[in-house]
Design a protein around this ligand. Structure first.
Ligand SMILES: [Zn+2]
Length: 158
C-alpha cells in the first residue's frame, strides 16, 4: 500500500487535479509553468502527464511518472484509479479543490454571511480553506462527488 499518494498534474491535467483534490488527494497543478519547474516540483510526488517527452525526461531523472493517454478527465481518473488505490485512500471533503490546501473545520456561526442563507439554514457541518477562504459544506460537496464520480470510484462511506 502507498503511504501517501501525492500527485503532480501537468499543464494539461487541470480538471484531473481538481477531481483528485475533491477526493482528498494532494494534487499540485499550475496552469502556467515550465517543463524544468514541473520536473523540479514533481520530486517526491507522482507525476501525471499527457506529454510523452516530459514523461521520458521525468523517468530519466528517476522520478515516478505516468503517462496519461486520454484527454477526458473521466478516463484519466479511471486510469489513475487503475494504477493507484484511489478508492481505498480517498478522503472526500478534506481538501480545497481550488488551491489544494487541507480544509479546516469551522463552527457554523463563523460561516454566516459567507454561504447562501438556505445553505446556512440547512447544513450543520462546514469547512473552510485557510488559504483562499472558500467554504465547503458537506451536502453539496458530497452531492458533487456522487454526481461527478459515482460511476468511477466508490468512495461514499462518508
Ligand atoms: Zn483554497
Amino acid at each position: 500500500m502507498e503511504d501517501e499518494l501525492k500527485f503532480f498534474c501537468d499543464r494539461m491535467l487541470g480538471k484531473l487535479a481538481k477531481k483528485l483534490r475533491i477526493l482528498g488527494f494532494d494534487a499540485e497543478y499550475y496552469a502556467d509553468i515550465g517543463e524544468d519547474e514541473i520536473l523540479e516540483k514533481s520530486k517526491g510526488r507522482i507525476l501525471l502527464t499527457r506529454d510523452k517527452i516530459l514523461y521520458r525526461k521525468a523517468l530519466k531523472r528517476g522520478l515516478r511518472a505516468f503517462y496519461i493517454k486520454s484527454d477526458k478527465w473521466r478516463s484519466q481518473l479511471k486510469a489513475v484509479s487503475n494504477l493507484f488505490p484511489i478508492e481505498e485512500n480517498a478522503k472526500p471533503f478534506t481538501r480545497c479543490s481550488v488551491c489544494n490546501t487541507p480544509l479546516k473545520d469551522v463552527e457554523k456561526e463563523e460561516v454566516r454571511g459567507k454561504v447562501p442563507e438556505y445553505v446556512y439554514m440547512t447544513h450543520e457541518q462546514f469547512k473552510i480553506c485557510p488559504k483562499c477562504g472558500k467554504v465547503y459544506w458537506k451536502g453539496s460537496h458530497m452531492e458533487l462527488i456522487r454526481k461527478d464520480m459515482g460511476k468511477l470510484v466508490k468512495v461514499w462511506k462518508v
